[in-house]
Write a new protein. Structure first.
Length: 69
């Protein structure tokens, strides 16, 4: 009988843990955090590409601009 109650407690504990994990995953998915993070990462990549492009065009440019003035 003790083995049966131990198995029931283990089963209930596993179901409880799965329920908590499911609730946490639903909360993260419904907050759209991952979509916002993807958008932010794309914007950062675009900005890096633009900065690289500007640096390359600045090197190829014949005009030297003194930024201290």
């Amino acid at each position: 009988m003790e083995l049966f109650t131990a198995l029931i407690w283990i089963l209930v504990s596993i179901i409880f843990i799965l329920l908590i994990v499911g609730i946490a995953r639903y909360a993260v998915d419904s907050s759209q955090t991952s979509r916002k993070l993807d958008t932010l990462m794309k914007e950062v990549c675009d900005l890096r590409a633009e900065v690289r492009r500007l640096e390359q065009s600045k090197q190829h440019s014949q005009h030297i601009i003194d930024e201290k003035v």
